[in-house]
Design a protein around this ligand. Structure first.
Ligand SMILES: NC(=O)c1ccc[n+]([C@@H]2O[C@H](COP(=O)([O-])OP(=O)(O)OC[C@H]3O[C@@H](n4cnc5c(N)ncnc54)[C@H](O)[C@@H]3O)[C@@H](O)[C@H]2O)c1
Length: 257
């Protein structure tokens, strides 16, 4: 930070929901102690600090459809607990010490460039790889499990937008952001428009299903849209075309279009 004259810090390191649940001590060390290290550095050097939170920061007692910014947050995963902790500590440091803390609650993020990191929404990335490789996919969530999702470009745009937003436009320090919500069966139908022979079976993972059942189905992000002009670009049909193209099915997509 000192040698490179860093002024903005984006803190992404974390264990994601399913992985964290399988190793709680490591999740505490990375997601909580690691975050404390970042908070100290940011406060000491007067940095603008971005930390992503998640739909996992809500729990079974939160309103799920839609989930507003301010409501009950009693997550039952160590991942969710660590993210609520980060939201609250960041906001506390902002009000107490003037730290320029900015936080977005991301939906499940979908990207063609990286492998899923052990989260509950991983299926929505893996499904594209398997659809192209074998036209078959085994889904670890029930077909009607509806969760908020977003394409990576929208996620990066939102992150830069909130970091660049004038301080005076921010009425809060932690915002929901939303683009689309879908279930596995809806995603499958959309993929079948491009790959009609695509076959999906369901083998539900009880740990991931329990997590998904306690998470928001849809985010209310009206505060982000009002305060700093958040607007997503990509909806479900565009997402599917983009992912299939990016992962390498250009010829098949072209045939069906
Ligand atoms: N992927 C999503 O859908 C999603 C949704 C909401 C929020 N987020 C948040 O975005 C961030 C990044 O998620 P991702 O999907 O890229 O996950 P990921 O698992 O791909 O990346 C996490 C990163 O943390 C690093 N890390 C783990 N332990 C570390 C340690 N001890 N020291 C330093 N680095 C360590 C890993 O090397 C990895 O690069 C996380 O904070 C996550 O909570 C992701």
């Amino acid at each position: 930070v000192v040698n490179n004259r860093i002024t903005w810090l984006f803190h992404y390191s974390a264990l994601l929901s399913a992985v964290a649940e399988a190793n709680v001590p490591l999740a505490r060390a990375v997601n909580i102690t690691g975050f404390h290290n970042i908070l100290d550095i940011a406060a000491e050097h007067n940095l603008r600090l971005f930390v992503p939170s998640t739909i996992g920061a809500f729990g079974p007692t939160s309103p799920r459809n839609p989930t507003p910014d301010l409501c009950i947050q009693r997550p039952r995963t160590i991942y969710g607990v660590s993210k609520v902790h980060a939201e609250l500590m960041g906001e506390y440091y902002h009000y107490k010490y003037g730290l320029d803390f900015r936080c977005l609650r991301y939906p499940g993020i979908i990207s063609a460039d990286s492998q899923p990191g052990g989260g509950t929404t991983d299926y929505a990335v893996q499904i594209f790889h398997d659809a192209i490789k074998s036209s078959k996919f085994q889904c670890n969530l029930k077909p009607d499990t509806r969760l908020p999702m977003m394409y990576i470009d929208d996620c990066l745009k939102a992150t830069l937008d909130v970091m660049e937003a004038p301080t005076t436009s921010l009425s809060m320090r932690t915002y929901n952001i939303s683009a689309m919500s879908f279930s596995p069966e809806e995603l499958v139908q959309e993929i079948k428009k491009h790959i009609p022979e695509f076959q999906v079976t369901y083998n539900v993972d009880p740990v991931r299903q329990a997590i998904a059942d306690s998470w928001p189905m849809k985010f209310d992000d009206s505060n982000a849209r009002r305060d700093w002009g958040w607007k997503h670009d990509m909806d479900l049909s565009e997402l599917v075309t983009t992912m299939l193209n990016a992962i390498g099915s250009d010829s098949r997509v072209a045939q069906t279009n």
